[in-house]
Write a protein of this length. Structure first.
Length: 212
């Protein structure tokens, strides 16, 4: 349906604030922004329309009991992949934001859509203030996985725009460093999945009770 365009990837963008980290991925799509929007909105749903590489790493979206499980409720909905959990903040059709809140990382990540002469520019940004331990873990393990995941999301999005369907199999190969990190983190996360799931469910219920 829509022809694939090129990729521009920027890593470790300089930031003069102490201990701040920023990572940016950009892809030009030759589809109009109104066609791209629904696919972004389907992110972290775990459904067949989800652009996240869920065949490799399970993605999910959680809402309180009684709410639409796929709804995006500001400061209530939790989204994530594997044991990683984020608090949804906002989505206005051009700007998607979730908060990163953990002992070792504070910040946000999200997508920005901009109309261009070619169609639509999709930018993914993550900006974090890590603890010392978090900075070590990010550079040693998480960063290579993150870079692969975001590029895989953009690949899958391009294919969906071209064919009208999100692929069931992620075609982008995981680089060896990302694969090693993925295996090590997977083993560690597996030991903590029960605790992580409990925290996610509890935080969703708590947010629901506090929501106006």
């Amino acid at each position: 349906m829509w022809k694939q365009h090129g990729t521009r990837l920027a890593r470790a963008v300089p930031d003069h604030r102490v201990n701040n980290m920023k990572n940016i991925h950009v892809r030009e799509m030759t589809a109009p922004i109104e066609v791209v929007r629904p696919w972004i909105e389907a992110g972290w749903t775990g459904t067949p329309r989800d652009p996240f590489p869920r065949d490799v790493l399970k993605s999910w979206r959680k809402n309180p009991p009684g709410a639409d499980p796929l709804a995006l409720i500001p400061n209530v909905t939790r989204v994530g992949h594997g044991p990683f959990s984020f608090r949804f903040e906002s989505w206005d059709g051009e700007r998607w934001r979730v908060r990163v809140e953990s002992n070792d990382f504070q910040g946000w990540h999200g997508f920005d859509l901009r109309t261009t002469a070619l169609g639509c520019r999709v930018t993914h940004t993550i900006e974090l203030t890590p603890s010392l331990a978090g900075a070590v873990v990010w550079h040693a393990f998480i960063a290579p996985i993150h870079d692969w995941v975001v590029e895989a999301i953009l690949d899958r999005l391009e294919e969906a725009l071209r064919t009208g369907e999100m692929p069931t199999v992620t075609r982008r190969k995981m680089p060896w460093r990302a694969a090693v990190s993925f295996t090590l983190l997977g083993r560690f996360a597996g030991l903590r999945m029960g605790i992580a799931k409990h925290r996610v469910d509890s935080s969703v219920s708590k947010a629901h009770m506090q929501a106006p």
